[in-house]
Structure formats: structure tokens, C-alpha cells
Design a binder for this molecule. Structure first.
Ligand SMILES: [Zn+2]
Length: 413
């Protein structure tokens, strides 16, 4: 059976996010960010997401293999014949060399050995941690020959796929072509190229924070909520029950917005007497309507979600791009002349960014392939889950060393 497994991705920015377009100047801003070509709403491109995740998954895998190296060495090399073996990849290759003798040049024989080692390593790690049988995605057989080089660009695309990653030029092979990272994100070797199993969509803005005279409000629109498959309900103010109408929730939202040309606000007490709200330079009439919006994963963030939800504002689809674009964070910086230590004249520049507190949505689709590869999507899902925490420390996009780019990522089946 082959099919597609879809994982939803949500993200909350803890810093402003800057993903530059490289050198275009629009209006007052020198360093512009990537936007959707049709809506002009800024976004995080899927290519940025996949690129960073590839790196983070490789970090996670290498860190894990290193952490458990002593257990693996004990399991595979009981007599401790060699003390100088310092990493899993070297260890398994040397042991395979010894055990296979003349057959060590056969890829299939070697692969068999690696699969056998992976099982023994899995057992070793389970018995040392006291876990009952658990399969670690990190011990997918191909991961034993992975290296941190699988994270970036392949610098050895002309190597042979079957041999390159395994036993020749151990420390210098570019993409191995066999590990979970290479399978998820793809690789290209002279005799075999494979598109990755994972397809990463853009991360689009779902909720966008705007500073108003009533405090920070998170804006969104019916089109965005519908596209993100958020669960939206109208709540009756008096009875607190869900209100069901004859039309769909999206029609109803759009009708309400069109009729009065108003925005709707989730009535938090302080705002109850307000008849209008300013979103940047736009002043708009308010219609109060209790709406419940539920977004998987985020709803479970008890410290954050109730505050955002209480301050939701739904604006017409026709206004959302306008409001987002006029409320981006704009920072002015100046280049410093390294000789004088003073500001260079004429070197003042501005950068725009998506502000912190923005909520994004997107998805990852994993193509389930026929045969042996089909088990892999479960492993990939676990690998994505285990490596997403790096976004909270290392972030995404540009200017990450200047306090930009960190975000919390959520994965939802
Ligand atoms: Zn690899």
C-alpha cells in the first residue's frame, strides 16, 4: 500500500522572523522578506523549513549516536579490541570489515550486517535504559553510516550511491544516501538520485499580533481560518451554547463581516464598551461576537493560548494583507566602519520582519513508498518530532545571531 501521511505543522514565533529576498528594496525598507506572490502576505517558505529541519535532524541523530556510543561499543565489540574507535560509523564499518573478510566489498552483504548491528544496538539501548522493546528511529540501519555531512549540501555528488557512504573514504563522503535524513530530504549521487519522502509546505500566517489602543490583538480572516482547517464556532453570549446556523461557518463569518463591514472581536471585558478599534492606521468598527477558535496543539498551551484567544480579531479577507503589511516589525540599523568604529555615512538601512507572537500553519506530507521503505514514515515522524526543539534555540532565517528567528514548532497528526 502506498499513500500519503499528512502531518500538520503549527509554529509560534518567539523572536521576529526574517527570511530575506536578497537585495530588493520596496518603499522605505531595504531588506525585504519573502511574501506570497498572490496575497503579498509574508511567509516562511517551505524550502527554508526543509533546509533547517534537515540540519536539525542530523544534529539530533549524531548527538544521540554519540551519547549512546559506549553502550553500542559494548554490544558490538564485547572484547574491546579497539580503543581508538570513536564514532558509530567507524565502529560498524570496521567490525563489518573484520566479519565479512573477502565479502566486505559486497554492498548487500554489508547492508545485511548493518541491519543485524542495528537490532543488537537497539536491544542494548533498551536493556541499559530499562525500556521494554522500543524501536528507536535513530537505529534505522542506514543511520549507522550517516554523518553530519548528510545535513547540508552534498559536496561529493559524484560518489557511487551504494559504496560512497559506507566503506570508502569514511570521513569524506557527502550525503550517504541511506540514512533517514537522506531519505526524508532527498539526495543525488552519480548513479542514483532520490527525491525526499518529505514534502514541506510554506508556513503561512494564521494569527498575527497587532498593537492597538486596546492592547495587542491577534488578527486573522475567514479565508485563513478555513485554509488552516481551524475549528471555529459561534457562541451564544447568553446561553454559552454553540450557535448553529443554516449556512457554513465560513459563509456566516463572511456574511457578518460583509454586512456591517466590521471586524469581530472576542469580547474581553475591557473592550466591551468599544465600538471601534485601530489596527495600525486603520480604524474599524467593531461587532462583538463570541467565537471559539480551536487550533490543535496550540490550544494545549495553557500559558499562552487563553490570552491569544481572548484577543482574537477576525477581519475581512480583503483587509488582512493590508493590515499585516502595515504592521510588520521594521528595524533600522547602521553599518559600522571597521576602521573608525563609527557609523559609515550613508550606511543606514532598514529591515522588516514578522513580529514575535505570530502563529503560523502549514503541513508536511510523507509519501509512503512500496515495500521496505513503507516502515520509514513512522520513523521519520518520530525523527521530526525529536528534532523540532532546535527551532527554539537555533531558529530559522536570517539575523539569528541578532535575536531573530526562534520559534516553537508543533506537529500534529
Ligand atoms: Zn545520509
Amino acid at each position: 500500500m502506498s499513500g500519503v501521511k499528512k502531518l500538520k505543522v503549527y509554529a509560534l514565533s518567539n523572536d521576529p522572523i526574517y527570511i530575506g529576498t536578497g537585495g530588493y528594496t520596496i518603499g522605505r525598507v531595504d531588506n525585504t522578506i519573502v511574501r506570497d506572490t498572490i496575497t503579498r502576505i509574508p511567509k516562511i517558505p517551505g524550502s527554508s523549513l526543509a533546509g533547517t529541519w534537515r540540519y536539525y535532524m542530523a544534529l539530533e541523530l549524531q548527538g544521540w549516536l554519540k551519547k549512546n556510543f559506549v553502550d553500542f561499543k559494548d554490544a558490538l565489540d564485547k572484547n574491546n579490541t579497539e580503543d581508538s574507535w570513536s564514532d558509530t560509523k567507524t565502529l560498524v564499518n570496521r567490525i563489518a570489515d573484520n566479519e565479512l573478510g573477502e565479502e566486505k566489498v559486497s554492498f548487500d552483504k554489508r547492508k545485511e550486517k548493518f541491519m543485524e548491528y542495528a537490532v543488537r544496538m537497539n536491544e542494548a539501548i533498551n536493556s541499559s535504559s530499562g525500556d521494554s522493546i522500543q524501536n528507536h528511529w535513530q537505529l534505522y540501519w542506514g543511520n549507522l553510516i550517516s554523518s553530519i555531512k548528510c545535513a547540508g549540501q552534498d559536496d561529493k555528488p559524484n560518489d557511487d550511491h551504494e559504496r560512497g557512504g559506507m566503506f570508502e573514504k569514511l570521513d569524506d563522503t557527502g550525503h550517504c544516501g541511506h540514512c533517514i535524513i537522506c531519505k526524508t530530504f532527498g539526495f543525488s549521487k552519480k548513479n542514483l538520485s532520490q527525491q525526499g519522502i518529505g514534502f514541506f509546505s510554506d508556513l503561512n500566517i494564521l494569527l498575527f499580533p497587532v498593537y492597538t489602543r486596546l492592547g495587542v490583538k491577534w488578527i486573522t480572516s475567514p479565508g485563513i481560518l478555513e485554509d488552516a482547517e481551524a475549528e471555529v464556532k459561534f457562541i451564544n453570549r447568553n446561553t454559552k451554547a454553540d450557535e448553529e446556523g443554516p449556512e457554513s461557518i465560513w459563509e456566516r463569518l463572511r456574511n457578518e463581516l460583509a454586512k456591517d463591514n466590521v471586524i469581530m472581536i472576542n469580547g474581553s471585558t475591557g473592550d466591551a464598551s468599544q465600538n471601534s478599534i485601530n489596527l495600525g492606521w486603520l480604524n474599524l468598527n467593531v461587532k462583538k461576537q463570541d467565537v471559539s477558535v480551536s487550533i490543535p496543539s496550540l490550544t494545549e498551551e495553557k500559558d499562552i493560548w487563553p490570552h491569544i484567544h481572548k484577543n482574537l480579531v477576525i477581519v475581512p479577507d480583503s483587509l488582512i494583507s493590508h493590515i499585516i503589511n502595515s504592521n510588520l516589525e521594521v528595524r533600522t540599523s547602521v553599518s559600522i566602519d571597521p576602521l573608525t568604529g563609527a557609523a559609515k555615512s550613508g550606511a543606514l538601512f532598514t529591515s522588516e520582519a514578522i513580529p514575535r507572537g505570530t502563529v503560523f500553519y502549514g503541513d508536511i506530507r510523507l509519501a509512503e513508498r512500496e515495500g521496505a521503505e513503507s516502515v520509514l514514515t513512522d520513523d521519520i515522524e518520530k525523527a521530526l518530532e525529536d528534532s523540532k526543539r532546535y527551532y527554539e534555540s537555533l531558529g530559522i532565517g536570517g539575523m539569528v545571531t541578532r535575536g531573530f528567528g526562534r520559534l516553537k514548532v508543533y506537529l500534529q497528526k
